[in-house]
Design a protein around this ligand. Structure first.
Ligand code: ATP
Ligand code: ZN
Ligand code: MG
Length: 389
């Protein structure tokens, strides 16, 4: 179907176009293309509710108009490369799609992700961070305490065990005998045990959860890397929106002044990284993609309090930007949710910085190309491991 939707004004701003595209594709996976003319033209293989689209466009326009972006740093230069690195990565087998949104990664691209990760770990250690490792599942109770199911139902990937009775397992096995039937999805009606685990959508929650109902013995910094799972919409360009991706975080926990000063160090860290790598892009305030009806108000609120910043790296071949990292200030919301207090007896404050390693490595190749010999020397040294500090 082709749907033409009357919008109040033509949507011209590329950032707003991107937000509208992302939101509509999330809600309507059947959408195949969107065109921003005097009217919004949608090509879809399934039904589209034009009233709903009208409302969404209005909401996103509201956010766009009311947020005053806090731009922390900007590097506007023209990057040397304009090619899409994905073609090379796929041809050379460095990135192999397993299914849409999930990839096997090897070779130089993997090496680049590892080197970037090692760089963050080194900086975190210098700041005094302790290294931790977490399971890739989180308990339902954890996400309940931060009301994640209400605010981000579109992200969650449930980890569901089968009922462990002989009958239930026998029925399930009989329905899924590969010699008798071909199937790509499971028939789980009546087969599931109560769900108590969810695939971790982010890294730092586990760190607060294990401290629940306790008092910190001091301010602290932690670093951890984990595989994150999110049920992202389909139809985006390769490597940009994964269902399962790698995030490295550095987390600050403690009293308000400590956490605020560490948040500033996180922003300084990525400013320094952008300069050292010579990466074009900017660091600016941002908002989380809340699901609830009051999403627009929450987003404006996040911006006005400067709770979230994103490092947007330029993707010259696409003429837009990719968020490679975010810096988040939670104030005492996790301290309260998990009943953790600081040494001062007040609810713990926290902040984190999270790097999406696939997106970061991809942005570097998009700006500098896949030929290492052409890279600027700081980047080559980083990969060669000779880059101290
Ligand atoms: P976006 O607005 O692009 O969806 P986000 O606000 O959901 O990003 P955060 O929750 O702040 O992202 O996660 C921190 C970082 O993790 C992001 O800056 C990005 O680099 C990475 N990341 C988030 N979602 C994905 C994804 N679906 N695929 C790959 N990397 C991701
Ligand atoms: Zn975090
Ligand atoms: Mg997201």
């Amino acid at each position: 179907v082709i749907v033409e939707i009357e919008v109040d004004h033509k949507i011209e701003d590329p950032a707003l176009q991107g937000q509208v595209r992302a939101e509509l594709m999330r809600l309507y996976p059947a959408i195949r293309s969107l065109e921003f003319g005097a009217r919004l033209t949608i090509v879809s293989i399934g039904p589209v509710d034009s009233r709903e689209v009208y409302e969404i466009v209005g909401r996103l326009r509201y956010i766009h108009k009311h947020v005053v972006k806090d731009v922390v740093f900007e590097a506007r230069h023209e990057p040397p490369c304009r090619e899409d690195p994905y073609l090379h990565l796929e041809r050379t087998g460095q990135v192999v799609p397993v299914v849409e949104g999930q990839y096997l990664i090897q070779g130089q691209f993997l090496g680049l992700m590892r080197a970037l990760d090692a760089w963050v770990v080194e900086l975190a250690r210098e700041m005094g961070a302790v290294e931790q490792e977490y399971p890739s599942f989180v308990p339902v109770e954890l996400l309940r305490r931060i009301n994640y199911f209400k605010e981000f139902p579109h992200h969650i990937m449930i980890v569901a065990p089968l009922r462990a009775t002989a009958d239930a397992l026998g029925d399930f096995a009989a329905r899924h005998d590969a010699n008798k039937r071909k199937f790509d999805t499971l028939d789980v009606v009546g087969a599931l045990a109560p769900v108590a685990l969810v695939a971790a959508p982010s890294v730092c929650y586990t760190c607060y959860y294990v401290l629940r109902s306790r008092q910190l013995d001091g301010n602290r910094l932690v670093t951890a890397k984990n595989r994150c799972s999110r049920n992202e919409p389909k139809g985006f360009s390769p490597l940009s929106r994964l269902n399962n991706f790698t995030m490295r975080e550095v987390i600050a926990l403690g009293d308000r002044d400590f956490v605020l000063s560490q948040r500033q160090r996180f922003l300084d860290m990525i400013t320094g990284m952008m300069q050292r790598l010579g990466l074009a892009g900017r660091i600016e305030s941002a908002n989380d993609p809340f699901f609830t009806n009051d999403a627009s108000y929450k987003a404006v609120f996040q911006h006005s309090l400067k709770l979230k910043h994103e490092w947007l790296a330029a993707l010259p071949f696409r003429g837009d930007y990719s968020a490679v990292c975010s810096v988040n200030l939670h104030n005492d919301s996790f301290g309260k949710a998990f009943n953790v207090t600081g040494v001062d007896g007040e609810p713990m404050h926290s902040a984190c910085i999270g790097f999406g390693l696939e997106r970061w490595a991809f942005a570097i190749l998009a700006q500098f190309g896949c030929d290492r010999a052409m890279w600027p020397s700081p980047l080559r040294e980083l990969i060669d491991g000779s880059w101290g500090g």
